[in-house]
Design a protein around this ligand. Structure first.
Ligand code: SIN
Length: 277
């Protein structure tokens, strides 16, 4: 299946690529109102095609936030323990807040959200209303499709069929799940292959020696972070980033403290474990 949908005829939404390999800014949309069927269909096509969608000037409520998520799936919960900085007055919505008084920058390393779960989240929608005014607080994104595509055929053949352990407790504490996922997986909607290991959770490639696993992961992590398939989203107040957690790495860049960066995130549950079908 080739589900990349390049060339989709967007009749309503205005899609502007953010980077040749990943990301698009979505214009002519108002997320404070329910969307029409055609808008939802185009949004889903764009999500598959561009992997991460960016929106500007969308002053959304928690209900607006949850409604957008609901077009794509069921709202889920983080697998880790809650901290004070993660509570909001709405159980569907996780608060994001960092400042000089609360200097914990969540997600400050490259990762796939909660890949330690047997079925990791499908996607996350981050809305920020307060942005540091020193130019910091970007979010980095990397396309795991492009990283996979750029590997040599010999390396692709070597990785095919390998699995890796994704550990949660070193990130979120005891009681967080672990999972084993294939190193190369196929996206359930686009049908494209991608690399599915990440520095935050993947601790070991199975069925090879410790030394081989370490060397391979070190190579893959450096490869995945090449400039050609990474980008940085520069936030403004009331921007939104909506990423496909099944094919994208991301990281918060914690360069803005003691300034305040704040908003809310909704997570959409995954529907199936990552597989190499
Ligand atoms: C995250 O969701 O991992 C953090 C993203 C961000 O705050 O930029």
């Amino acid at each position: 299946m080739d589900g990349t949908m390049v060339g989709t005829d967007y009749q309503i939404l205005e899609l502007k690529p953010y980077n040749p390999s990943i990301g698009a800014t979505v214009g002519n949309i108002d997320l404070t109102r329910p969307l029409r069927d055609q808008e939802i269909a185009e949004l889903k096509a764009a999500f598959t095609e561009y992997q991460v969608l960016f929106f500007r000037d969308q002053k959304i409520s928690h209900n607006d936030h949850a409604r957008l998520a609901g077009y794509f799936g069921t709202i889920g919960q983080h697998v880790g323990k809650k901290t004070n900085s993660q509570e909001s007055d709405d159980p569907r919505v996780r608060k994001f807040y960092a400042s000089g008084d609360v200097p914990r920058v969540s997600g400050n390393l490259w990762h796939t959200d909660q890949s330690c779960a047997p079925v990791p989240p499908m996607a996350s929608i981050l809305y920020l209303h307060t942005i540091p005014d020193n130019g910091g607080g970007d979010t980095g994104y990397a396309s795991m499709y492009a990283a996979y595509d750029a590997l040599s055929d010999r390396m692709k053949a070597h990785l095919e069929g390998l699995t890796a352990v994704h550990e949660g407790k070193h990130q979120f504490g005891e009681g967080t799940p672990d999972a084993v996922h294939p190193v190369v997986v196929r996206h359930p909607v686009s049908g494209r292959k991608l690399l599915y290991v990440n520095p935050a959770f993947t601790i070991k490639i199975n069925d090879v020696s410790y030394e081989e696993s370490e060397a391979l992961l070190k190579f893959l992590y450096a490869h995945c972070l090449q400039e050609e398939w990474t980008t940085r989203f520069k936030w403004a107040p009331h921007s939104i980033a909506f990423w496909d957690n099944r094919c994208v790495w991301h990281r918060a860049i914690g360069d803005y403290l003691p300034q305040v960066r704040s908003g809310f995130r909704v997570q959409i549950e995954g529907e199936s474990p990552p597989v190499m079908a």
